[in-house]
Design a protein around this ligand. Structure first.
Ligand code: SAM
Length: 224
């Protein structure tokens, strides 16, 4: 089984500091919900976000959505051989039960994430709990091998990575769920091998799709 972890993801509820700002207040009014239950989204809250620390790495739930779609639509996922976790930058783990499909429409995805981050359901198709990446990887998953994907890693052909992952019983792949920058030192400390699959920086969804596809090719060519 492969665990796919989107790490330090730019997914969070609107933080206290900007709940009263005009862009957040008008968004909340329009939707008829309390500002504390709204997903921080740069497309709607850009002007308020300039006041936030680390602003350029936050408020991109769309990146998380697109990446999840790219993983959960694959044959590997549909066969229940890859499990998906989203770790957020403020240490919440969102877990998707095996084979759970996620809404393709962004507004529905936003609604689902808001519900999950507010209510923190446990044991549901989509659940959420407070936990850091270390707790997830070392305690909950305890995989045989952890690979991190980063443009700062050592070059490896994606097909080679797929073959390497396919022979490992419990492998964990970590991709960054943020729009800019690199993994934090604490994420890097969990990674056994840091790999780049292209010399260019790529979007997380492209990297995710390629890695899953290459694992699929390696697995399905030998097991079928
Ligand atoms: C949009 S990028 C993060 C921003 C930054 N430009 C970068 O590439 O590190 C999101 C994630 O995609 C993955 N990624 C991007 N380019 C990659 C590459 N060439 N090889 C491997 N992983 C890559 C990394 O996991 C990264 O954290």
């Amino acid at each position: 089984l492969l665990s796919f972890v989107l790490a330090e993801s730019a997914l969070e509820l609107v933080p206290k500091e900007i709940r009263g700002s005009p862009s957040v207040a008008s968004d909340a009014r329009r939707r008829g919900v309390d500002p504390s239950g709204i997903l921080l989204d740069r497309s709607f809250h850009h002007s308020a976000m300039t006041r936030l620390r680390d602003s350029e790495r936050r408020g991109r739930p769309d990146l998380v959505h697109v990446t999840l779609l790219n993983v959960t639509g694959t044959p590997l996922y549909l066969e229940g051989r890859v499990k998906v976790y989203v770790h957020t930058r403020d240490d919440v783990i969102v877990e998707f039960r095996e084979k759970t499909r996620i809404p393709k429409n962004y507004l529905r995805f936003r609604g689902l994430m808001e519900k999950v981050l507010v209510e923190r359901p446990e044991g549901e198709l989509v659940s959420a709990r407070n936990a850091g990446l270390k707790e997830l990887v070392r305690k909950a998953l305890s995989p045989d091998f952890v690979v991190g994907l980063s443009v700062q890693g050592s070059p490896m052909e994606p097909g080679m990575l797929g073959k390497q992952l396919a022979v490992i019983e419990e492998a964990c792949v970590i991709v960054g769920g943020f729009p800019r920058g690199h993994f934090s030192p604490s994420t890097l400390s969990l990674v056994e091998e840091l790999v780049r699959i292209d010399d260019r920086p790529l979007e997380a969804h492209v990297v995710a799709a390629r890695v899953v596809y290459e694992v699929e090719r390696a697995l399905f060519s030998t097991n079928r």
